[in-house]
Each structure stands twice: as C-alpha cells, then as structure tokens.
Design a protein around this ligand. Structure first.
Ligand code: ZN
Length: 260
C-alpha cells in the first residue's frame, strides 16, 4: 500500500502507522520510513498553506493528537512532522492541560495517556508558548503601524441608493482614516488577547486578526489593504519558518525530508 492510500483517520490508524515507522527505522527500510512520514505529514504538514486548508476541512473529521506524534518522531529521530505537531499543540492546548495542572477553573483536561516524554520536547513546548506570544505582539505592533503614511482618500462606499443622503458620509472621511482604523483594530486585538484565561495560539490569533480587519465597515483604501495583507502574510511566514530553530531541530530541508 502506497502512502497515498494509507488511511490516517483514527487512533487505530495511528497505532498501525507508528508500528510501521518503528519497524522501518529498526531495519533501515528507508523507503518505507519515508512513506510513513509522508502519511504523518498529511496531518502535520510542512507548509503553512497546507495547514490552513487542513484546518478548513477538519471541522467534522478526526483530529490527530499531536502528543503521540511528537513522542513517536522523537523516538525514531525523524523530525519533519515535528514543527507542525508542536505548533498544533501550542495553538490548541494550554500548558495546564498538557501538564495536567489546573491553572484556573476552566483549564482543559486531556487523557493522561498522552504526555510529552522527551525533555527536549517539554522544553520545546515551553519555548513555543513564548514564541507564539512574542509573535502575536509583533503582529499587533505591525497592524498598529498600517496606514501611518496614508495620504489616499478612502474608496467611496458602495451603498444602495437611498440609504443615506448623497455626500454626507463621504465628507466625513479624511485621508488619515486608515491609520485610525488600524490603530483601533490593533488595540481591540491586544485587549481581546490579554483578556483570555487560556492563552491563544498564534494561528488562532491570526484568524482573529483577519476576521477583525475584514469585518471593518469603514472603508480602507486599496494601498493600505494591500500593505496589511502583504505584512500579514510575511509575519505568518516568518513565524512558521522560525519554528525549527525554536525547537532546536536540525536542518529540515523545507521539512519535506528527513536526515537518516
Ligand atoms: Zn490608506
């Protein structure tokens, strides 16, 4: 069975796949090992765009717990699924949940069967939490600066005829409106982020950013929209590409292949 047909849609599938990966590693079967890793990367992909499409389609599907996967790839020293698995874990679980400590009343519970085993990975998880936090702050600071040099008048709002008297709204907008909007969005995001008891991961924060900017009813000029989108993508890419370094992993050659 090739890697494309191998299912990874249940805990049983993961157990079987883990067995294959361990055996392939033990007997030096490189092709089989690469195939097994390729299956794992379907759930823990090497590119951020793959994670985005995975998350969009995942709502009603089985989700793979990243902890057994982290323990597995550590055990067999095959690290290509590790950055995504650690990013998933950091995004979806609080430290209290992962280490089974009730930090506050709403601390989530997870199965005690699944604990991070290697000390490198416990350290990696703590570092990832800090990395996510610092990356969120960077994103907020970036958003606050969007539009600060804006001299463009906003695009006219397309309103159905008769909703407001002609000209009234357009006169109120000045060139600096974009800057005001992004300042306000940044401050609201910072407040929402700070007021959570369970910290929010970088990916979920990114989704909240998009939602807040897209739901703005006031007009943002084209140039500021483009500069927001460009910077948003750059910030996320740089966060994603920095994960192997944070985890102290060897060069992963684009995360697609493993050193053996
Ligand atoms: Zn603007």
């Amino acid at each position: 069975m090739g890697p494309r047909e191998f299912p990874l849609e249940s805990d049983e599938d993961l157990t079987i796949l883990s067995g294959i990966l361990r055996l392939a590693t033990k007997y030096g079967a490189k092709h089989m090992r690469d195939n097994a890793l390729q299956v794992l990367r379907r759930k823990f992909p090497s590119s951020l765009s793959d994670w985005d499409s995975l998350a969009e389609n995942a709502r009603f599907r089985w989700t793979c717990d990243p902890i057994p996967v982290i323990n597995l790839v550590r055990e067999v020293s095959a690290f290509s699924p590790m950055p995504a698995a650690m990013a998933f874990l950091t995004n979806n679980s609080s430290a209290g949940e992962v280490f089974a400590v009730q930090v506050h009343e709403g601390t989530g519970q997870r199965s005690s069967l699944h604990k991070l085993r290697a000390s490198e990975d416990i350290k990696g998880f703590a570092l990832m939490k800090e990395y996510d936090h610092a990356s969120v702050v960077k994103m907020i600071n970036f958003i606050r600066e969007v539009g600060s040099n804006c001299k463009q008048p906003p695009e006219p709002e397309s309103r159905p005829n008769g909703m407001s008297p002609v000209g009234t709204l357009r006169h109120e907008f000045r060139a600096s409106i974009c800057s005001g909007i992004f300042h306000e969005v940044a401050d609201n995001l910072a407040l929402k982020f700070m007021m959570r008891e369970d910290p929010m991961g970088y990916r979920d924060f990114g989704m909240m950013v998009l939602q807040d900017v897209m739901s703005q009813r006031r007009p943002i000029c084209r140039r500021c929209r483009v500069s927001f989108k460009t910077g948003y993508v750059e910030h996320r890419d740089s966060w994603w590409n920095g994960i192997p370094h944070i985890l102290g992993l060897p060069d992963l050659r684009g995360w697609g292949e493993d050193h053996t």
